[in-house]
Design a protein around this ligand. Structure first.
Ligand code: ATP
Length: 448
């Protein structure tokens, strides 16, 4: 097992490009800085992360509903939210090389690139401006959303009226967000276009600290249940000087990346700022009528806000491993089965027609239930290694014996243990093993 400190970002970048997880955006034109494209395996992994989040936040609960709001919003949204005024980084420009630097990240008074003298800092808004309609005048300016949360706040009454939810309840959303980030780098950690998984959880005043603690635990557990090692996660409370002006309290869930501890999710107590602001700016009262007390008030909002791309990077790094394998190196991803792009690979031992025909039948029957791949090129050893490297939990080998006994061999990615099962039970056995049944436990039919 590799020590954490031995996993550097280059290995992850190289694997991602080699195997089609992640490519540089617009690569043939020299790339577009801090924008990334997810390849065939990357999109599966990403979808699986989003599915796991949606299942745990929306589908397995009665108190949270989903939404998918528009990326473009009325420009007044961003006045009310404070983004036009406050969503800025102070930047200084180097008088020599003209690179711009975030003042809060500078470690010296001079340019880190050429040591040149820096200008006085200026505020730089992180939102991407765009124009609605054909005329680029001021009236048609709006912004690409820098977070998905505002689409939830402005729909608060729509959801309340259509679902009849009572406090405490939440609204969840997964979607793209855009920020014109100044300091980028570290692969997909900080990009200009990324996806967020945001939950806005509305609670009664005075219960906010309880719910903040509840969500800190829930969210930490989510990462751990999906395979991230507990020791590589920590909670970090924001100091008073770091808190957004409206926030009452805030924690980051940090992951131990190769470049050090860095945020993968923020969990904030936003007070009643958001609904109050949108009420004021829209002229529509977004308060809540509490039938228990017969009173009106603005609920307090607890917001767990996670990044899809950042957590994907953490899942990849945490899963990455290298083992000596004869004269070579076995690279493998110990991805949780729920996240692995393929759940199994169907591999005929040779390309002889009867074996290929049987393997294709097996493939067709399993793929109706699970995302599986089929591979009949090169030696079986190489094919195992290719699957290990992309995190496929199980390889199913169809061999000559299979033609006689109608059984196939399943090989476990992590232990390389093998079991043999009848073809007609294969899907069922795979589903049980993927759900966590001990790999060497024989299926029921064997012990009967
Ligand atoms: P940072 O301080 O690293 O810029 P932030 O505190 O501004 O992050 P939030 O506004 O709390 O981030 O956003 C919530 C989550 O969205 C973050 O925890 C992260 O996972 C994700 N996120 C934010 N900005 C980016 C980005 N530029 N690229 C990728 N993911 C991002």
């Amino acid at each position: 097992m590799l020590e954490k400190s031995q996993v550097d970002m280059e290995k992850i970048v190289s694997l991602s490009q080699r195997r089609g997880f992640i490519f540089q955006s617009s690569e043939i034109y020299g790339g577009l800085a801090s924008c990334w494209d997810y390849g065939p395996l990357g999109v599966e992994l990403k979808n699986n992360i989003k599915k796991a989040w949606w299942r745990s936040i929306v589908q397995e609960r009665d108190d949270i509903v989903g939404i998918d709001s528009s990326i473009l919003m009325h420009p007044k949204t961003w006045e009310a939210s404070g983004h036009i005024q406050g969503f800025t980084d102070p930047l200084a420009e180097c008088k020599e090389c003209h690179l711009r630097w975030r003042i809060d990240e500078l470690k010296s008074a001079n340019c880190p690139n050429c040591n040149g003298e820096l200008t006085e800092p200026q505020r730089f808004n992180l939102m991407f401006k765009t124009f609605i309609g054909p005329v680029e005048d001021k009236a048609s300016i709006t912004y690409l959303r820098p977070e998905t949360a505002q689409g939830i706040f402005v729909n608060f009454h729509n959801i309340l009226n259509t679902t009849r939810k009572r406090l405490p309840f939440g609204i969840a959303q997964i979607g793209k967000a855009f920020r014109n980030e100044i300091t980028t780098g570290n692969f997909i950690f900080r990009s200009r276009e990324f996806e967020q998984m945001e939950l806005e959880y509305f609670v009664k005043p005075d219960s906010d600290e309880h719910w903040l603690n509840y969500w800190l635990e829930e969210r930490l557990r989510w990462y751990i249940n999906l395979g991230i090692k507990q020791g590589n996660l920590r909670l970090r409370q924001h100091g008073q000087d770091e808190l957004a002006h409206y926030a009452r309290n805030c924690y980051d869930i940090d992951y131990l990346f190769p470049m050090g501890w860095s945020e993968i999710e923020g969990i904030a107590n936003r007070g009643d700022f958001d609904l109050r602001q949108h009420s004021e700016y829209s002229g529509k009262n977004l308060d809540y009528f509490d039938g228990d007390t017969n009173g009106h008030y603005f609920p307090i909002i607890i917001e767990p806000s996670a990044g899809v791309d950042r957590s994907l990077l953490a899942f990849l790094i945490d899963a990455y491993d290298e083992e000596p394998d004869k004269d070579e190196l076995r690279v493998l991803l110990h991805l949780h089965p729920d996240l692995a792009p393929y759940k199994a690979a169907i591999l005929p031992l040779s390309r002889r027609p009867p074996l290929v025909a049987l393997a294709k039948d097996v493939y067709d029957s399993v793929r109706r239930h699970l995302m599986v791949s089929y591979d009949n090129s090169q030696s079986i050893g190489r094919r195992y290694r290719r699957q290990d490297e992309i995190g496929t939990p199980f390889c199913v080998t169809v061999d000559f014996e299979s033609l006689n006994d109608n059984q196939v061999t399943i090989r476990d990615r992590d232990t390389m243990n093998q079991i043999r099962v009848p073809i007609e039970e294969l899907t069922q056995v795979l589903i049980a093993k993927l759900a966590g049944e001990n790999f060497v436990t024989q299926p029921l039919w064997k012990t009967e």
